[in-house]
Design a binder for this molecule. Structure first.
Ligand SMILES: CC(C)(COP(=O)(O)OP(=O)(O)OC[C@H]1O[C@@H](n2cnc3c(N)ncnc32)[C@H](O)[C@@H]1OP(=O)(O)O)[C@@H](O)C(=O)NCCC(=O)NCCS
Length: 184
């Protein structure tokens, strides 16, 4: 059985909705931005075809039911701000990983905190998750701050976990349990 079904979730200012192929051109802005991609597991993109191919791959990956990609839109204008995703789901362990990215012009408004909070709530209360984890570059302070504000706890430090652009990079592992958020 699939862990995740496509859903639409509204928050105070935002709508989280399923990814569509047409989103590729907006996501190219993020995926080609060296600042936004600084701590990502792939290098900044050079052309739009790469963004289209990545969206195709992402949409195909949804077929296994182990991930849920939410595009974040402003409720008022429908402008796309970025994405917030649950992926790498392991059903029998009731866990998945969280990832997120915003277009740079929208940083500093609390949008990702609002979107991730809603996605986490969905994961725990509707998708049967017990644990959500995040794998972050230790230098990625805005992501670390966001995770800690969301209640994630720092659980471990993994040395040279990634090889990106010829560089061996460390990871900090964060985790959030359903029981950290809710009493039952
Ligand atoms: C990680 C990332 C999404 C964080 O974006 P962000 O806008 O800083 O995150 P938040 O939504 O939590 O916003 C928090 C900021 O908004 C401010 N803010 C403004 N209005 C706010 C509101 N109504 N509610 C909450 N915070 C608000 C906060 O004070 C905070 O600012 P500060 O960082 O100066 O303290 C963004 O930096 C990003 O896309 N980075 C690149 C991708 C990346 O590295 N992803 C992670 C890979 S693991």
């Amino acid at each position: 059985m699939d862990m995740f079904e496509p859903v639409t979730i509204d928050t105070k200012r935002l709508r989280l909705r399923p990814l569509q192929q047409e989103d590729a051109s907006i996501f190219f802005e993020v995926w080609s931005d060296p600042e936004a991609m600084r701590y990502f597991s792939f290098l900044p993109m050079q052309n739009m075809e790469q963004a289209h191919a990545r969206v195709v791959e992402k949409l195909q990956s949804l077929g296994d039911g182990n991930s849920m990609i939410c595009v974040i839109e402003l409720l008022d204008t429908k402008e796309v701000l970025g994405d917030c995703t649950l992926f790498g789901g392991v059903a029998h362990s009731q866990r998945a990983e969280i990832g997120f990215c915003l277009r740079r012009r929208y940083w500093g408004n609390g949008y990702m905190a609002e979107a991730a909070d809603a996605l986490i709530e969905h994961g725990f209360n509707h998708a049967g998750l017990r644990r959500i984890e995040a794998d972050v570059d230790p230098r990625n302070l805005s992501s670390i701050q966001l995770l800690e504000r969301l209640g994630f706890k720092r659980e471990g430090y993994l040395r040279e976990r990634w090889m990106i652009g010829g560089e061996a990079l460390d990871t900090v592992l964060y985790g959030l349990l359903r029981s950290d958020r809710y009493q039952v």
